[in-house]
Design a protein around this ligand. Structure first.
Ligand code: 5GP
Ligand code: ZN
Length: 121
C-alpha cells in the first residue's frame, strides 16, 4: 500500500520534516523520534509512514515494521542499561479519545522505566 500522509496531521508533518523532531530510526515504513513531553527519559514514539488514526486501520506492512524498530530501540536502551535488574520499559498504544489517544496518527510509545532507588534505566 502506498504511503498516505495527511497535510493537517502533526505526525505526518514530522515524517515530512515540516515539524522538527529528534529522529532516531527511519525505515521505509516507519519513523521514530523522541516524545516532546516525555513521561520518562528517552520516551520514544514509533509511527508508521501512513496516516491512520487507529491501529486496526493500518495496512499490515506498516504495522509489521513497528515492532522490529521498537526492538532495536530497546536493544539500544539495554546496551546503555546499568541497572542490575536489566532494562525495563513499557510499550503503550492508545486508540480513541476514550483510551487517551490525543494525536490521531497511530503511534507506539516506548517508555523506559527507571529504578526508583538508583535512578538507573
Ligand atoms: P497519545 O496520548 O495520543 O497516545 O500520545 C501522543 C504523544 O505525542 C504525547 O506523548 C505527546 O507528548 C506527543 N507529541 C505531541 N505532539 C508532538 C510533537 O509535535 N512532537 C513530538 N516529538 N511529540 C509530540
Ligand atoms: Zn498523520
Amino acid at each position: 500500500t502506498a504511503a498516505v500522509l495527511d497535510t493537517a496531521c502533526i505526525f505526518c508533518k514530522i515524517i515530512k520534516g515540516e515539524i522538527p523532531s529528534f529522529k532516531l530510526i527511519e525505515t521505509k515504513h516507519s519513523f521514530s523520534f523522541l516524545d516532546i513531553q516525555p513521561t520518562a527519559d528517552a520516551h520514544v514514539l514509533v509511527i508508521p509512514k501512513h496516516h491512520s488514526a487507529k491501529m486496526h486501520q493500518l495496512p499490515d506492512e506498516y504495522l509489521a515494521d513497528i515492532l522490529p524498530v521498537a526492538k532495536k530501540l530497546a536493544i539500544a536502551l539495554d546496551l546503555t542499561n546499568e541497572s542490575p535488574e536489566g532494562v525495563g520499559y513499557n510499550i503503550l498504544q492508545n486508540n480513541g479519545r476514550i483510551a487517551h489517544q490525543v494525536v490521531d496518527h497511530v503511534h507506539f510509545h516506548l517508555i523506559p522505566k527507571r529504578d526508583d532507588k538508583t535512578g538507573l534505566i
